[in-house]
Design a protein around this ligand. Structure first.
Ligand code: FES
Length: 239
């Protein structure tokens, strides 16, 4: 049984390597980490294609929301892995408790949040406020191992695609609770999409009566060790 609590440090950058003691047969891509200033939105000329963009407003929103979140330094991207859409291997050991790491997989930002006990506690009692508390909807199929209240294999780690299911904006972190969040006085912590106001809890579950129709996507993933996870692949195969 893995013990995720022993794995996190506050290292400033991730030394991502493609090896592990349970390495898959095909080499994995190295995760390219995304800096806090990058945002993500749909290409207006081609809505079917999403492109990375630097947007001042969104970047400011991300930076402002991230005051208490220890973002990590950027990594050199692995263009080869990115273009191939290969699974990417991520080191979890440098994510502080309550911290967020963002890596790129198939051109999408994947968020990895190391949730605190309080963040996990915040998930309780929200079901009646959520659109799909049990991840039953089919548009963004959730792997069986994430069909639970915390939507993850290990409760401590949330792994989700950081793209709003409404029109593809990148939500921002709103991990602060209550009025300090700027969301609402009873806000339990989560994510806010600044484009049209959709809100998500600390498991990426969307609140009801918001523009976003679905919860945030949980990509296929599996743990290679206590401190390494591969995104884009699980025991059933590649995504
Ligand atoms: S794109 Fe997120 S609420 Fe519209």
């Amino acid at each position: 049984m893995q013990n995720p609590a022993q794995n996190s440090t506050t290292a400033g950058s991730a030394g991502l390597a493609g090896s592990s003691n349970a390495a898959p047969k095909k080499p994995l891509g190295l995760a390219s980490e995304i800096t806090e200033g990058e945002s993500f939105k749909m290409d207006e000329k081609d809505p079917g294609r999403r492109t990375w963009m630097i947007t001042c407003g969104a970047a400011g929103a991300v930076a402002g929301a991230a005051v208490a979140v220890p973002f990590l330094g950027s990594m050199a991207p692995s263009e080869k892995a990115r273009s191939a859409g290969a699974p990417v291997e991520v080191d979890l050991s440098d994510i502080a408790e309550g911290g967020l790491k963002i890596v790129e997989w198939r051109g999408k930002p994947v968020w990895i949040v190391r949730r605190t006990p309080a963040m996990l506690q915040s998930l309780n009692g929200l079901d009646t406020q959520l659109a799909d508390p049990n991840s039953d909807r089919k548009d963004y199929p959730v792997p069986d191992y994430a069909k639970n209240a915390h939507r993850s294999i290990k409760p401590e780690f949330l792994i989700t695609v950081g793209i709003c299911t409404h029109l593809g904006c990148s939500p921002v972190t709103k991990f602060e609770t209550g009025g300090a969040s700027g969301v609402a006085g009873d806000w339990p912590g989560g994510f806010l999409c600044p484009c049209h106001g959709s809100t998500f809890d600390m498991a990426g579950r969307v609140y009801a009566n918001k523009p976003a129709p679905d919860n945030l996507e949980v990509p296929r993933h599996m743990y290679l060790s206590d401190t390494r996870v591969v995104i884009g692949k699980d025991e059933q195969g590649e995504a």
